[in-house]
Write a new protein. Structure first.
Length: 421
């Protein structure tokens, strides 16, 4: 029987299959086979299979391979075989049995080569975390978590405040997994970087004044002021006409309630539906419009003709011409100066501008009856002595009360009046 050809490494499976078909499991010579030679070698043209006591898959002496069914011994055949490979007896080659390489994972990083072409995994003896390229905080492959400095380089921001460190020398930003608002140093009312708004107590310390009135709270225990973003006028308690703190002016109805009289004439409007009075800061320009001449101008003065006051003409009365005493008696006063004496001018035998000026007299005689009748004080009666040139014959006298404000000088009642000597 011709021995089967030897199989190369790549054809080992085919050779084993052919050998199994060609060989019968026995220990003696078969029919037609030649007896073994004296030296135990195979004679030409014949061959005894000699597998007893040999290792499975060893050479059978006839160009074949010993198989388990042919009586080979079941001692592991591990020499030169990779640890973990078959030992020829339906077992696995283990370190120490002659295998080509002993795997060693002790102290190595998980996922690192074990030295035998394999990779160390959890439970193989590795205990150093393998964190290279792994997100900080994720599993390190050894039951722990990757931490900064362990080789992680992908930011781990989940649950971290926006703006805080990501664990990889970077900063967590919105969308990176952060969900706690980051308001430190931001204005109250602005975005916190996580879709919410910064509020007082959340770490904000820059005033958020946009759209708030100047003087209102800035949300950070301060007050909004001009230039801080406020744009709603704040006039509460300010002077009407004063600045509203936002580049505008406080006006009546905008919340101002303190009169603004500085530089305004006394008696004028204060901008808050009131009137400026002395002591409120009004200027001492008389406010005489529409006021009677001689009345107070609102600045401790008296309104005079020409200051806009309404002038009231003086008035008077001729009581009598007492020829026996050469006297003209009467009274006169100016309502615009009710406490002051005024002058009375007398013309003879014709009105002013036509008649002879006979003289003048001041109302320096106290007339209680006149004061009581018109509610006056001061002296308003007069006694005029008729000049010697007018003490003979018949004459007519024209008497005029002089206006204290320089206005018209009306004639006294019962003027003109005639007399005879």
């Amino acid at each position: 029987m011709r021995p089967p050809p030897r199989a190369g490494p790549l054809g080992l499976a085919v050779a084993l299959a052919l050998t199994a078909l060609a060989c019968v499991a026995r220990v003696g010579p078969g029919p037609g086979d030649a007896a073994p030679a004296a030296d135990g070698g195979a004679e030409a043209g014949s061959c005894w299979r000699d597998c007893l006591g040999r290792l499975c898959f060893a050479d059978d002496g006839c160009g074949g391979v010993c198989l388990p069914e042919e009586g080979c011994r079941c001692a592991p055949a591990c020499a030169g075989v990779t640890c973990g490979g078959g030992n020829g007896c339906n077992g696995i080659c283990q370190p120490g049995s002659g295998c080509a390489c002993s795997a060693s994972c002790a102290g190595k990083v998980c996922s690192v080569d074990d030295g035998c072409g394999h990779t160390c995994g959890p439970g193989s003896g590795c205990c150093t975390p393998a964190c290279a390229g792994v997100r900080c905080g994720d599993s390190d492959g050894c039951g722990n978590h990757c931490a900064a400095g362990s080789g992680c380089c992908t930011p781990a921001c989940a649950g971290t405040r926006c703006g805080d460190g990501d664990g990889c020398t970077g900063t967590c930003a919105a969308g990176s997994g952060c969900c706690a608002p980051d308001c430190a140093g931001r204005p109250c009312g602005v975005g916190d970087g996580c879709g919410d708004t910064c509020t007082a107590g959340s770490g904000c310390c820059t005033p958020a004044c946009a759209g708030r009135p100047c003087g209102a709270s800035d949300g950070c225990t301060g007050t909004c002021s001009a230039g801080s973003g406020c744009c709603t006028p704040d006039c509460a308690g300010r002077l009407c006409g004063a600045g509203d703190g936002c580049g505008g002016t406080c006006s009546a109805g905008s919340g101002c309630c303190t009169p603004a009289c500085g530089g305004t004439p006394c008696g004028a409007g204060d901008g808050c539906s009131g009137t400026c009075t002395p002591g409120s800061g009004c200027t001492c320009t008389p406010a005489c419009g529409g006021v009677g001449c001689g009345a107070s101008d609102g600045c401790t003065g008296i309104c005079h003709v020409g200051s806009g006051c309404t002038s009231t003409l003086p008035r008077g009365y001729i009581d009598e011409i007492r020829v026996s005493a050469d006297l003209v008696l009467g009274w006169a006063f100016d309502p615009d100066t009710p406490a002051a004496a005024i002058d009375v001018h007398i013309y003879a035998d014709g009105p002013a501008g036509v008649g002879q000026f006979a003289g003048g007299v001041t109302t320096d005689v106290l007339r209680t009856d006149v004061n009581d009748a018109f509610g006056l004080t001061g002296t308003h009666g007069f006694s005029f002595t008729i000049p010697a040139a007018l003490r003979a014959g018949t004459h007519t006298l024209y008497l005029y009360a002089l206006d204290s404000g320089g206005g018209s000088n009306p004639p006294l009642d019962r003027s003109p009046m005639s007399y005879s000597y």
